[in-house]
Ligand binder design. Sequence first.
Ligand SMILES: Nc1ncnc2c1ncn2[C@@H]1O[C@H](COP(=O)(O)OP(=O)(O)O)[C@@H](O)[C@H]1O
Ligand SMILES: [Mg+2]
Length: 247
Amino acid sequence: MNTVIEVSNVSKTFGKGTTLNRVLDNCSLCVNEGEFVSLMGASGSGKSTLLYLIGGLDRDFEGKITLCGEDIGSLKDNKLSKLRLSNIGFVFQFYNLVMNLNVEDNILLPMTVNGKKKSELKKELDEILEITGLTEKRKAMPSTLSGGQQQRVAIARAILGNPSIILADEPTGNLDSKSTAEIMELFSRLNKEKGLTILQVTHSEKCASYGSRTILLDSGKIVGSDDEQPGEVSAEEEPASDTEKAE
Ligand SMILES: Nc1ncnc2c1ncn2[C@@H]1O[C@H](COP(=O)(O)OP(=O)(O)O)[C@@H](O)[C@H]1O
Ligand SMILES: [Mg+2]
């Protein structure tokens, strides 16, 4: 199984001089291709900071982060932008839609600002509107949509371009329970049917239960994972395979 996210001994400090605030302290974690992992922890424990470091949105940290096999600390800015654009879709608590663009133009925006033509994206757009249940709303303006529908537009925007990873920061933090379930079911389908790797920050045990594993952060330290992290088993610890024993 491929490890698509590898965080090794990562620390992050905000501020200068006497006002230093170490918000991440020696964090290590691995996420394998096709996993749906939840990151939980109290408010202020460093979840968003860690997610933004993983997504290459903030490059000022100690330690090492490897994304799809690339050490993001050693990449030039333009290479990192490319890696981000082709491999990662971001979903945030507040949907960050452009209010004077309709649903389909919002979904297409990250691609069209990067020079892609709308006509080239039509087939993929139709498919994504279908998956996210927005076909009927494709010409609607964001202000006419519910919160759950707006978040589905943001998810559609995140998966256009076929990224392998979704990083979501409290994607249902602003939604009622019905819309929350809809969004989690959509994530679950994207994970199972499209093989997308998902790392979501959530406060809700119920949301975390849609994933296969939870990582717990407390005051900047990873204090637990409810499952063994497959990437952490070293070669020496692995038992000899049956065929080796038989020989
Ligand atoms: N840009 C920033 N500048 C200074 N401190 C920050 C910044 N972003 C976050 N912090 C601090 O880092 C800590 C962790 O924040 P955050 O990662 O947002 O936590 P969480 O997402 O778990 O609620 C908090 O103490 C917060 O005040
Ligand atoms: Mg946060």
